[in-house]
Design a protein around this ligand. Structure first.
Ligand code: G6Q
Length: 550
């Protein structure tokens, strides 16, 4: 299927939309006591409740038909088998190989890549153990107390999210820091608290050419050499993860300290590779492997479960339902777990960089909506911030809520209150509050009739706002791995249905080139006239005002 909007199932869905758009979920729940059981799925201890969506059996059937008609099953196999489905870069898409725990080979151009994947993982294990057990010593013989991951985008967001999410599994005398911003404040603020004697840098860059990372890596190297005097001692304080080994060695990273990644792993899908070194050091290699195992279990589920019971497929279809039929422009990720506070940022890249595409697989502009704006924050904090718009705004924003049934330390007073909030919010978004309910409440509060009439319209909540809820026993490494992989596959399924390539990122590449060109002009320091008037004006104002040393 090419243009999905011309398919039979799309036409059918259009009809389903007309039929259901006026219906309220409140009534659907009232009419169908089995709705929760019908529209919820389980994977291990993860419960995926999607019953609070504007669907019924007819819609669900038509959505599944869409996935089938779009060839999701065939594309899924093509991905797992290593076909070059990233067609604009002529590459396979094999992040699934990084967590493959089966005995079968995974082939790229006929060659099984599993031996090298596993040998690199073994090297990650060795380094993580050595740092954690204090066998790895700095140049002055002291153990490492601080690890700084220098990387950006896909070489930053995954490890940072995972390290934060799995804090309870980390050892406490080893701090992990992340520097991604080329703004010197980021690296300076980080280094001012650290000592070169006890710091290990991970330079994480698939290309080893990204300006932000290379400028920060230069600063880190200078900071180390200022203390070490001897370049050979850098090997005690700097390792690299890259697909460009030569560039890392030329930069000064000892060859034995270079960890490999492969061009068949996209940056935003690379947290399972040696890019996850910071995660492995933080939580230990056993927990790191549990995370991989969790992702692998999600892969098996995605590959084997029938479409109707396939969590990422259903997640994807619901997203398409709102995006393409209800005209929703955004979607929200709302974790009710403080340690998941970087998950929305991580998923923002995974989703928006993958499916923020306006040209289809045949090079034609798409005539329909593709990836939504994905945003989010910790649910509890957001209730005091942007939930207002979710409840009463003019936009439909479908949301995913996620929470652990048990917290790591599980202080009942905190956790029960937390859980009450997630249940209450999802319920309120779905049910809303009718005029009659508001009136009864205000009357019970003893308000005068005139005030009741005045307040009524403001206090009515339309409801009918969709949410998915993920509940899982606890946020352990395996569960995190499963959850993240489910989202990865959701993005994949949507890309298949929208007939776009979810695995290239020409917009990111554009940014890299543009900034490089302007940097040359800024370095020359002469007034410029090579751009549009606004850009010329901004650059020239900056050149005029900047202090000499900048
Ligand atoms: C991810 C993107 C992008 C990339 C960064 C860093 O899929 O391609 O976010 O990860 O631009 O690139 P390097 O790892 O090559 O430095």
């Amino acid at each position: 299927m090419k243009n999905p909007t011309t398919s039979k199932s799309w036409q059918r869905l259009q009809g389903e939309y007309e039929r259901i758009r006026g219906q309220h979920m409140r009534d659907m729940f009232a009419a169908d006591p089995g709705r929760f059981h019908r529209f919820s799925l389980r994977l291990n201890d993860i419960l995926f409740d999607f019953s609070k969506n504007r669907i019924d059996g007819g819609v669900f059937e038509a959505l599944i038909e869409l996935a089938r008609e779009a060839g999701v099953e065939t594309w899924r196999e093509r991905m797992f088998r290593g076909e070059p489905i990233n067609h604009t870069e002529h590459r396979p898409v094999l992040h699934t190989a990084l967590r493959h725990m089966g005995d079968e080979p995974v082939r790229v151009d006929g060659r099984d890549v599993m031996p090298e994947v596993r040998s690199e993982l073994a090297r990650v294990r060795q380094l993580a153990d050595a740092v954690r057990c204090r066998r790895w010593r700095g140049a002055s013989g002291q153990p490492i107390t601080d690890v700084v991951n220098i990387g950006i985008g896909g070489s930053h967001l995954g490890p940072q999210m995972a390290v934060e999410a799995l804090r309870p599994y980390a050892i406490h005398d080893l701090a992990i820091h992340f520097v991604n911003n080329i703004d010197e404040n980021h690296i300076n603020n980080t280094l001012e608290r650290l000592s070169p004697d006890t710091t290990l840098f991970i330079i994480a860059s698939k290309s080893f050419t990204t300006q932000d990372t290379m400028v920060n890596a230069d600063t880190a190297r200078a900071w180390l050499l200022n203390k070490l005097d001897d370049e050979t001692l850098l090997s005690r304080h700097m390792v690299a993860v890259t697909a460009n080994t030569r560039a890392a060695i030329d930069f000064g990273v000892a060859e034995e300290n270079v960890f490999r990644m492969w061009d068949w792993v996209g940056g935003r899908y690379s947290m399972w590779s040696a890019i996850g070194l910071a995660t492995a050091i933080a939580i230990g290699p056993d927990h790191f492997e549990s995370m991989l195992r969790g992702a692998w279990e999600a892969d098996c589920h995605f590959r084997e479960a029938p479409l109707e019971q396939n969590i990422p497929v259903v997640m994807a279809l619901l997203g398409i339902w709102y995006n393409n039929f209800f005209g929703a422009q955004a979607t929200a990720i709302l974790p009710y777990d403080q340690n998941l506070h970087r998950l929305p940022a991580y998923l923002q890249q995974a989703d928006m960089e993958s499916n923020g595409k306006g040209v289809d697989r045949d090079g034609h502009p798409v005539g329909y909506q593709t990836g939504p704006v994905l945003f989010g924050e910790i649910g509890i904090a957001s209730q005091h911030a942007f939930y207002q718009l979710l409840h009463q705004g003019t936009k439909l924003v479908p949301a995913d809520m996620l929470a652990p049934v048990s917290n790591y330390r599980c202080i009942a007073r905190h956790h029960r209150a937390l859980m009450s909030n997630i249940f209450a919010q999802a319920e309120a978004l779905m049910m809303g509050k009718t005029e009659a309910e508001v009136r009864a409440e205000l009357e019970a509060a003893g308000l005068p009739e005139e005030e009741i009439e005045f307040l009524l319209p403001y206090k009515v909540f339309p409801g009918n706002r969709p949410t998915n809820t993920f509940l899982f026993y606890t946020l352990d490494p395996k569960t995190l791995g499963t959850l993240v992989a489910l989202y990865e596959h959701k993005v994949f399924v949507q890309g298949v249905i929208w007939h776009i390539n979810s695995f290239d990122q020409w917009g990111v590449e554009l940014g890299k080139v543009l900034a490089r060109n302007i940097l040359d002009e800024v370095n020359r320091g002469e007034p410029v006239d090579s751009h549009d008037a606004s850009t010329n004006g901004l650059i020239n104002y900056y050149l005029h005002l900047r202090p000499r040393r900048n």
